[in-house]
Structures are given as C-alpha cells and as structure tokens.
Design a protein around this ligand. Structure first.
Ligand SMILES: NC(=O)c1ccc[n+]([C@@H]2O[C@H](COP(=O)([O-])OP(=O)(O)OC[C@H]3O[C@@H](n4cnc5c(N)ncnc54)[C@H](O)[C@@H]3O)[C@@H](O)[C@H]2O)c1
Length: 146
C-alpha cells in the first residue's frame, strides 16, 4: 500500500490552491472552475483556517438562496480541517474520509503544508495497484501454461 507521499508525487501539479477567508464565494468558485478542482484551502496569514468545497457552496449558499458575490468564504467554509501526514497510507486516508464524510485532505508534516489528496487521487492509486496485481497474476498463469 502506497504512502500519502507517493500519492502526492504522482499528482501532475503539486500546487495547493487556496483562498483568503475574506474573499467572496464567487471568487472561490471561479478559481475552482479555472483549476478544475472541487475544494480550496482557506489560508489567513500563512495559517490554514478552513476548507471550502463545492458541497459547502451547494448547501450553505444555493439552498439558502444566498448570493455567492455577497457571501464571504469565511461565512460558509468548514473550519475544522482534518489532515494527514505524508507517511500515512492510502487505506488510512480512505478510512478518515469515509468516517468523516470528507473528499479532500491536506497533507501536513511538522506544520508544513506539503500538498492535498482527494478521494479521486486515492481511487486512482488503488486502481493502478490492482491493475499491477492483475498483470502479475496474468504473467504467472501464462508462465504455468507455457
Ligand atoms: N485521472 C486522474 O489522475 C484523477 C485524479 C483525481 C481525480 N480524478 C477524477 O476527477 C473527478 C473529481 O475528483 P475528486 O472528487 O477527487 O475531487 P477534485 O475535483 O477536487 O480533485 C481533482 C484533482 O484536483 C486536486 N485538487 C483538488 N483541490 C485541490 C486544491 N485546492 N489544491 C490542489 N489540488 C487540488 C486533487 O488532489 C485531484 O488530483 C473524479 O471523477 C475523479 O475520478 C482523476
């Protein structure tokens, strides 16, 4: 099972996209659309103060008939941000996401932000690991026949 550090390395872009709490939700949505991502870390004076996801927008803005241009990120972000360390496993991240209904986890080591993993990153890693095992078994079976 790969570590979070391995999974981060396989991401083509290592940047962690973030936004300030005083910015509008509209600006956050624009950034998410530009980068084709579903979550932003909320950072103030270099510190992580929250996470804003498409789910926050759907439930706390749209369903309350709010305007994304008038509402700030701070008003709808999730303040308690769960994170993982780079030495943790894919399985541990999956368990954390499932238990807490999360889709994104920042990766932090000694107070340093190293990256962010999403549920898609974890699933992609599991599929490629399973593909590798299937190929090994196919080679083994072909070897036994030949
Ligand atoms: N082919 C791939 O490499 C790949 C990787 C991840 C997800 N996906 C697919 O994309 C779709 C949506 O993915 P998702 O639900 O995991 O969420 P998502 O759309 O938020 O994440 C997509 C990618 O963007 C990255 N990302 C998201 N927010 C980020 C941020 N603030 N800073 C830096 N990187 C950030 C994630 O780590 C992930 O690699 C799914 O269909 C999934 O299967 C594909």
């Amino acid at each position: 099972m790969k570590s979070v550090a391995d999974i981060l390395r396989s991401k083509p872009d290592q940047t962690v996209y973030n936004i300030a709490p005083g910015d509008s939700v509209y600006d956050a949505l624009r950034l998410m659309a530009d980068k084709n991502i579903g979550a932003l870390l909320v950072v103030e004076e270099g510190k992580i103060v929250g996470m804003l996801t498409e789910r926050d927008y759907a439930r706390k803005v749209i369903l309350r008939d709010g305007s994304s241009k008038l509402i700030t990120v701070r008003e709808v972000m999730t303040s308690s941000v769960m994170y993982v360390r780079p030495d943790q496993t894919n399985e541990e991240c999956m368990a954390l996401m499932t238990d807490n209904r999360l889709r994104h986890l920042p990766v932090i080591d000694n107070d340093k932000l190293l990256g962010l993993v999403s549920i898609g990153d974890l699933v992609k890693d599991i599929i490629s690991e399973q593909q590798f095992i299937i190929e090994q078994l196919q080679h083994y079976i072909q070897g036994q026949r030949g």
